[in-house]
Design a protein around this ligand. Structure first.
Ligand code: C2O
Ligand code: CU
Ligand code: CU
Length: 470
């Protein structure tokens, strides 16, 4: 595949420069992964007001060709929107795509009317149309935005971007921060995007992974760092089907946060696993000889039949160590968060099974055997606490995602998984089941839930929870 080596010519050029040793002093350490940021149009410090346009933009993904990516504001990924807890976020969205779309704020506790769920919270925004999203950022964490119409196709064409909500009392001294949007893309040698239905039924069942890994839209970019100096990685998996399992030889990660902000306590791990839709907040202290380049790799994660077979590790991004000697790593500040466990014993039980069938030769995914377009909404009331058992009857893992509410995942014994954390997406293992506890706060409306392998969601593994006031 000659095209793949030539991906993102700009990134390749930048790589060529930094491989000659320490780069020009003028280039910032994170130049190759720096995201463009949405410009705040509001003078009010408590309001973040931005405009966001979805449009087709030509990118030179394969050298000498033009790929028509679907982008937010022309970038891959879309611009980083930054807010602080309590800020009002106003997004003036304009659809300049040739198809209808919406913007969904994944993980954000928005009012139902701002959730971007077509046919539920709003009609789709037609080409040339506009919609203003307006909500308060109530929780600290890394969130993301993406369309919710033909999601597998539209996300696969490049529509996704990060939303970072900082706490008012963000713990200081956690290191140099990088927001990294992980994704993938399949482009043919002539620059055209592999069509969203490629591979037919097998493509749907497996989930269509792009063959080129991207970090902030770049292929294997390099950041520069000083040995011993801690990095804080804010990661989101925006790929439509691919799981990311990150590993760096000789190093461990300290995961301090997940989907819904900080964990109750940090946890060490050799790898970081992010199912589609999930986020991680992780610390990494790079170590090595001066001038050495470390390679953080994507490694295959077993999410079911054939998902690890014959798949090599691939470089995801590089950390090029300065020529200077290592510094003594500053002490880690005390980290911890009081998270109240949701009590499963009094919770209303609910059970659902993720299913796969075939109808007239076409694979159909569903919940309890019913595809989303035939499923009646589930109902619940504001204030309810539910213990939801999600059972997976298929040969592939499914990242189960609930809009609008965080939940806590239980372990086999029925206690909350340690360390306690708030999640909105959790991988339900092959032929296994996952129990989670959720409490519905006072935001009535229709809330979607679905597998975040978007090929599965579009094939029917999706449903709606209709939440009513008491
Ligand atoms: Cu990222 Cu319906 O979700
Ligand atoms: Cu969502
Ligand atoms: Cu799935």
């Amino acid at each position: 595949m000659k095209g793949r080596g030539a991906l993102l010519a700009v990134a390749a050029l930048a790589l060529a420069c930094s491989s000659d040793g320490p780069a020009a002093p003028s280039a910032p350490w994170d130049a190759e992964v720096r995201l463009s940021e949405a410009r705040d149009l509001s003078p009010d410090p408590a309001v973040v007001e931005v405009s966001l346009e979805a449009k087709v933009t030509l990118h030179e993904v394969v050298a000498g060709t033009k790929t028509p990516l679907w982008t937010y504001d022309g970038g891959l990924p879309g611009p980083l929107i930054r807010a602080r807890v309590g800020d009002r976020v106003i997004v003036h969205f304009r659809n300049s795509l040739p198809a209808a779309t919406t913007v969904h704020w994944h993980g954000v506790r928005v009012p139902a009317a701002m959730d971007g769920a077509p046919g539920h919270s709003q009609p789709p925004v037609e080409p040339g149309g506009e919609f203003t999203y307006d909500f308060v950022a109530r929780d600290a964490g890394l969130f993301w935005y993406h369309p919710h119409v033909d999601s597998a196709a539209q996300v696969g064409f490049g529509l996704y971007g990060p939303l970072l909500v900082e706490a008012r009392d963000e713990p200081p001294g956690l290191g140099d921060e990088l927001v990294l949007v992980l994704s993938d893309l399949s482009v043919r040698d002539d620059g055209s995007i592999v069509p969203p239905q490629a591979g037919g039924n097998l493509g749907t069942i497996f989930g269509r992974e792009g063959d080129t890994l991207l970090v902030n839209g770049r292929r294997a970019p390099t950041v520069r760092a000083r040995a011993g100096q801690r990095l804080r990685l804010r990661l989101v998996n925006a790929a439509k089907a691919r799981y990311f399992q990150l590993a760096l030889a000789g190093h461990a990660f300290t995961r301090i946060g997940g989907d819904g902000g900080l964990l109750a306590a940090p946890v060490e791990s050799d790898t970081l696993v992010l199912a589609p839709g999930e986020r991680a907040d992780a610390l990494l202290v790079p170590r090595g000889a001066p001038g050495e380049t470390l390679i953080v790799r994507w490694t295959p994660y077993d999410r079911g039949y054939g998902t690890t077979f014959n798949r090599p590790d691939e470089p995801l991004f590089r950390v090029a160590l300065d020529d200077a000697p290592a510094i003594a790593t500053p002490a880690l500040p005390a980290l911890g968060r009081a998270i109240e466990p949701l009590e499963p014993s009094g919770a209303t039980p609910r059970a659902m099974t993720l299913t796969q069938t075939e109808v007239d030769g076409v694979v159909q995914m569903g919940i309890d055997g019913v595809p989303s377009w035939l499923a009646p909404p589930l109902s619940a009331h504001v204030g309810d606490t539910e213990l939801v058992t999600v059972t997976n009857s298929t040969d592939f893992a499914h990242p189960f995602h609930l809009h609008g509410f965080f939940f806590q995942v239980l372990d086999e014994t029925g206690a909350p998984r340690a360390p306690l954390e708030w999640k909105d997406t959790v991988s339900v293992p092959v032929r296994g089941s996952t129990r989670l506890v959720v409490r519905y706060d006072d935001r009535p409306g229709d809330w979607m839930f679905h597998c975040h392998i978007l090929d599965h969601a579009d094939a029917g593994m999706m449903g709606v929870l209709s939440l009513s006031s008491r």
